[in-house]
Design a protein around this ligand. Structure first.
Ligand SMILES: C[S@@+](CC[C@H](N)C(=O)[O-])C[C@H]1O[C@@H](n2cnc3c(N)ncnc32)[C@H](O)[C@@H]1O
Length: 304
């Protein structure tokens, strides 16, 4: 069995519990990167590591290629960290805020930084009470400022893996018409529109039976949150906008910091579930891309 086939089989079995979640792709991409990296053992940092599933799985699989003593998972949620520490006692998990540049400097440099489903939290934290919504320019600036500090922790020649939501292209205020395929789908949408906090969701009755009209902006948020409605995670998910930057803004953020783009993947795992709930009636519009995965490599000597 080739090395690649072995790892495909290993991760197929190991990641079954993720049940096709997009972040499984982030683990696969990071595993490929670790295996192909000449700098071993690698020092890995996961920012916004939550319960440590990603860092834990990678270090368990690649304990001979990762520097376990020097790798770190960071989160500001003490409960998540407690779970991570119990699940992976050999790994160092630290309480900290990855938007705090002094804290990041104190961690040193890493061969690989993982930012999986974490940066959109920074955008969502720019919720403005007075506005009643996220202050979009402030949120975007906060993401850029956080990334500027984060990328300083990459060793020359090291890499960063970003996995997150993706803002739709084009006119976000363009109106779409969608039809609910069953009553529960309609009820789910009404709950979403009532409870989603980052932006006020505006909609009006559509021209077809069981249909509504809403903007591309609100539609993309609705479909990517749909899977959490009625689940315990909804209480947290309803506070976060998964989308913040379009593809070119993310690329620009990489290039600005001498990160050459080694891999770019667009991943949508929930389209079938969306299609079971709604039909898009507007022509020339399809379901959005759910996640983007980008790997950037720090150019060792940008001037030379
Ligand atoms: C959606 S979870 C993802 C966890 C993990 N990366 C995964 O994919 O399994 C995002 C995590 O980022 C953490 N987080 C968000 N903003 C943070 C910040 N500024 N500093 C530290 N942790 C943060 C949250 O507490 C949460 O545990």
């Amino acid at each position: 069995m080739s090395d690649e086939s072995f790892w495909n089989l290993y991760w197929d079995t190991r990641l079954q519990y993720l049940q096709g979640q997009g972040k499984g792709q982030a683990i696969l991409a990071a595993s490929r990167l670790i295996r192909r990296n000449p700098t071993q053992p690698m020092r890995i940092l996961e920012l916004g590591c939550g319960e440590g599933q990603i860092l834990g799985a990678l270090i368990e699989a690649h304990h001979d290629m990762a520097n376990i003593q020097e790798s770190i998972g960071v989160d500001y949620d003490p409960l998540a960290l407690e779970t991570a520490k119990k699940a992976y006692p050999a790994i160092k998990f630290m309480h900290g805020d990855f938007t705090d540049s002094e804290f990041l400097v104190s961690l040193g440099k890493f061969d690989l930084i993982l930012l999986v489903n974490a940066l959109h939290h920074v955008f969502s934290d720019a919720f403005d009470e007075e506005l009643g919504e996220i202050d979009v320019p402030a949120g975007k600036n906060a993401v850029l400022a956080a990334f500027q500090s984060i990328q300083k922790c990459i060793s020359p020649g090291g890499s960063i893996l970003l996995f997150d939501g993706l803002e739709a292209e084009g006119d976000l205020q363009r109106m779409l018409e969608i039809r609910f395929l069953h009553d529960q789908a309609h009820q789910n949408f009404l709950q979403f529109a009532r409870e989603y906090q980052p932006f006020r969701i505006r909609f009006q009755t559509g021209s077809a039976k069981n249909s509504i009209q809403l903007s591309v902006h609100d539609f993309t948020r609705y479909v990517t949150k749909m899977i959490f409605l009625g689940k315990p995670l909804w209480s947290r998910e309803k506070l976060e906008s998964y989308q913040y930057f379009i593809k070119d803004e993310l690329k620009e953020m990489f290039y600005r910091h001498d990160l050459s783009l080694m891999e770019e993947l667009f991943i949508s795992v929930d389209v079938q579930r969306w299609q079971d709930e709604i039909e898009i009636l507007s022509p020339d519009f399809d379901f959005p891309i759910e996640h983007i995965l980008m790997i950037g490599k720090k150019i060792a000597d940008p001037g030379g």
